[in-house]
Design a protein around this ligand. Structure first.
Ligand code: NZQ
Ligand code: ZN
Length: 385
């Protein structure tokens, strides 16, 4: 296992009907901005309960953060925060709302050009202060409710921003708020959480026994409850497990002391930027073909994945690996996610443009060792056509 630091200060309040606790988590004299998206929080009752939970505190609402939150929209919230003297942010929604709120928390305290904050990739931007923020998560998928990452769209490109200042102070995970999710969002969330685990697990062995077994547990949970949740809206036990699995997939625990490979995400982000395909779906398209491309480099972990996650015991090592990759693709297909680019009307010319965009963004040496170049990316995407 490699050396690591682990820091995660987010207080999780898990379970049904917990929002009364808001009153104890936000200072009484706070001026709170409640931020949300296109209105789902009005339909699932989250907004009403949040406002009630805030009691007598002064509240400003900011509505309209779009999926894949846009820099310009976020800066409008910053203007309101400055004008109104807001001191606390409360995100109510999915990953986009939580991510957008994190960026707003940084930008509101940043003196210079906020677009500068986007240019630091996986390193923290050089800022000393952010507004405190809390979350009420309504879509299990990104893990944003318990990590320091936000992903912001700026001039048609997606930029990760990672700052320890943007860990939520607290996050409410109430499965009841997810019951209004359309089926395709459940599928997207299951795929996203699954791939978050894979990006931290499917590299090369470093004998990190706890992280490996924790990762395998989250993957097996998603395999068990993903299709159940997708088909049956009333299974609240499955929904609870889905929520905690998604949070556990990207709150830092399984990534401690292990190599990581965020290639599927980097390629997927380009598919979202160029074609507007939902985040989780892009990952489900890329991952099976990336696994096939990287069978040699990832051999040992792919075999472990085949045996321990999919329970495959018959055949040669090669056959077990092939079966595991096919089962992974079939798992996404079972959630009605089509894992072919042609389904989204993407052709070789589109792949050329995508490769050029990745080059422009400096994304030319991906993978756990930096040996995945743009020729490999082209091969992965051409095989996925
Ligand atoms: O805008 P509203 O009306 O709220 O509707 C949303 C949106 O249209 C809807 N929705 C959310 N909760 C709902 C609901 N509809 C009905 N009932 C509910 N309970 O779902 C739609 C999609 O929401 P969005 O927040 O965009 O989805 P998701 O949670 O998948 O977030 C995707 C964003 O997260 C980023 C992605 O790049 C993308 O921008 N990511 C963030 C990460 C992180 N912070 O660590 C990591 C991820 O890999 C990812 O990159
Ligand atoms: Zn993701």
């Amino acid at each position: 296992m490699q050396n690591f630091d682990f820091y995660n200060p987010t207080h999780i309040v898990f379970g049904q009907d917990r929002l009364a606790k808001l009153n104890t988590l936000i200072p009484e004299d706070a001026k709170v901005m409640v931020l949300y998206g296109g209105g789902s929080v009005k339909r699932n009752g989250a907004l009403e309960k949040v406002i009630a939970g805030l009691g007598k505190r002064s509240v400003v609402e900011f509505q309209g953060m779009e999926p894949n939150p846009e820099f310009d929209t976020l800066m409008k919230a910053v203007d309101v925060i400055r004008a109104e003297g807001v001191t606390y942010l409360l995100a109510v929604g999915g990953g986009s709302v939580m991510d957008g709120t994190k960026f707003i928390a940084l930008a509101a305290k940043h003196e210079g050009d906020a677009a500068e904050l986007l240019k630091h990739s996986f390193a923290p931007p050089p800022v000393k202060e952010a507004l405190p923020l809390g979350c009420v998560a309504t879509l299990p998928a990104t893990g944003s409710e318990m990590n320091m990452t936000s992903v912001v769209t700026y001039k048609n490109q997606k930029y990760p921003v990672m700052s320890p200042l943007t860990f939520p102070v607290f996050s409410f995970l109430d499965p009841d708020f997810t019951l209004t999710l359309p089926k395709e969002q459940i599928a997207n969330g299951v795929a996203d959480a699954f791939v978050h685990v894979i990006e931290q697990y499917l590299t090369y062995p470093v004998n990190a026994m706890v992280q490996d077994r924790f990762s395998e547990g989250v993957l097996k949970t998603l395999i068990d409850i993903g299709p159940v949740t997708y088909r049956n809206n009333d299974d609240i036990d499955a929904r609870k497990n889905f929520m905690w699995a998604a949070t556990s997939a990207l709150n830092g625990v399984i990534g401690c002391g292990v190599p990581q490979d965020w290639s599927t995400h980097m390629i997927g982000h380009e598919l979202t930027s160029m074609y507007g395909i939902a985040h989780g779906r892009t990952l489900a398209i890329v991952l099976p073909y990336l696994m096939r491309e990287r069978k040699t480099q990832k051999h040992a972990k792919l075999l472990q994945f085949a045996e321990r996650v999919w329970g495959i015991t018959q055949g040669t090592d090669e056959e077990k690996i092939d079966q595991a990759i096919n089962k992974t693709e079939a798992f996404f297909n079972e959630l009605d996610i089509v894992t072919r680019l042609s389904h989204y009307d993407i052709d070789e010319a589109g792949i050329d443009t995508l490769i050029q965009n990745m080059k422009n963004m400096g994304l030319t040496a991906l993978s756990e060792t930096g040996d995945l170049n743009l020729d490999h990316v082209r091969s992965i995407l051409c095989n996925a056509l």
